[in-house]
Design a protein around this ligand. Structure first.
Ligand SMILES: [Zn+2]
Ligand SMILES: [Zn+2]
Length: 387
């Protein structure tokens, strides 16, 4: 359901009127650390809000209005059904809302994994396209409980601002906790500053009861380096999230996460090579959602770029093999860790053809790993029943 407010068009011959009263209402000083809530110390002056037209809905409704009513009603019924399913406390539901890597062609959203556990909606990374993907999947965005960032490559954070904004516009009414390693305050403060103008427009136009200014933005939650042994960073109604240091060198910090609830567990690799932290978080996991690269394919691509005289791309395809996990390494890790279901995301290369997926991912992994293998697309869902 789209609720973009219409643009403020009060510029019809009137000079822009600087409303000092309104400005002062929103001149909330930034948090000292710059990490908490929407920073709004540099809001722009607002023009006068035009009066809304009178609410005059004819009875009986017009035919068009009746059609719109039926369509909205159907959409709401579907969304309510999806919400009930996802927030069911008897099942952990993992949905890959973005499975693409940064490498074109881009037919999917970038990194986005949602874990619905005991009524909580936990989001791990939000790369470009993550929010439209979640909306298309009818996720209950107002119920977004917390966001966890693995690292700050753009394919993991590009849509964090939209995740914060859309969940608020659609009804979230507490600042959104965003967890991450060192520099998470800087990332969250950046999004808060950029979106402060938008939040201010909406509150001014629709009123504080619809868009309360104190509920905007996100709160940064710093995770000190957890090391490969991991540490609990979130505990809520029996659900724990632990962070682990992984190895995506030269990128620091780089984290993976593990969600535990009622003896069931889901691990999220982040971007990493085969490393101790990834092995620890994966141990006995019911589900491991992992990035993956077929390094032989990437080397072939590097050589193809070289023959075409594109040395820059050849160099990039050489470099990226140093900080992602190869298909066979991942298969061995998942087998050793006794992972129940291995879900491939952040796939390099991202393929849509089933025969190619078979050759590049299924065959080399299934030769080593005996558990269930899921080569995810956007919208793939994996469920773990809870006793
Ligand atoms: Zn990365
Ligand atoms: Zn990435």
């Amino acid at each position: 359901m789209k609720t973009h407010s219409a643009g403020n068009s009060a510029t019809n011959g009137l000079a822009l009127i600087v409303s000092l009263t309104l400005i002062s209402l929103f001149l909330v000083a930034c948090d000292e650390s710059g990490s908490s809530g929407a920073c709004s110390d540099d809001l722009l002056p607002l023009a006068e809000t035009p009066p809304a037209p009178p609410a005059e809905c004819p009875s009986p409704p017009t035919p068009v209005s009746s059609t719109i009513e039926a369509q909205i009603s159907a959409i709401q019924a579907t969304a309510a059904e999806v919400t009930d399913t996802l927030l069911d406390p008897d099942v952990i539901t993992v949905v890959t809302c973005g499975t693409a890597s940064p490498i074109p062609p881009r037919t999917r959203a970038q990194s986005c994994t949602a874990v619905f556990v005991n009524g909580q909606f936990l989001l791990f990374d939000a790369g470009d396209g993550a929010v439209p993907s979640m909306e298309n999947l009818n996720f209950p965005l107002p119920d977004l409980t917390a966001v966890f960032l693995t690292h700050y490559h753009s394919d993991h954070i590009a849509d964090v601002g939209e995740a914060i904004s859309r969940s608020w516009i659609l009804g979230r009414r507490t600042p959104l906790p965003v967890y991450g390693g060192q520099a998470v305050e800087r990332v969250v403060d950046g999004f808060n500053r950029i979106y402060a103008l938008d939040y201010n427009y909406r509150t001014a136009h629709h009123g504080e009861s619809l868009f309360p200014p104190e509920t905007t933005g996100a709160d940064a939650r710093l995770i000190p380096d957890p090391g490969p042994i991991g540490s609990v960073v979130y505990e809520e109604n029996g659900v724990t999230v632990s962070a682990y240091t992984v190895d995506h060198s030269p990128i620091l910090p780089a984290l993976g996460y593990r969600i535990d609830y009622e003896g069931k567990s889901v691990a999220i690799s982040g971007d990493t090579i085969d490393t101790e932290g990834l092995r620890n978080m994966s141990q006995g996991a019911d589900v491991l959602v992992s990035e993956v690269m077929n390094k032989s394919f990437v080397e072939d691509a590097e050589c193809a770029f070289g023959r075409l005289g594109n040395e820059d791309n050849a160099a990039i395809f050489r470099d990226i093999r140093t900080y992602h996990i190869d298909v066979e390494e991942l298969a061995e890790l998942a087998e050793d860790a006794d992972v129940g279901t291995l879900v491939l995301t952040h796939q390099v290369p991202t393929l849509d053809d089933e025969a190619q997926i078979g050759l590049v991912f299924r065959a080399p992994i299934s030769a080593i790993y005996g558990g269930e293998l899921v080569v995810a697309v956007d919208g793939t869902s994996v469920t773990v029943p809870v006793n």
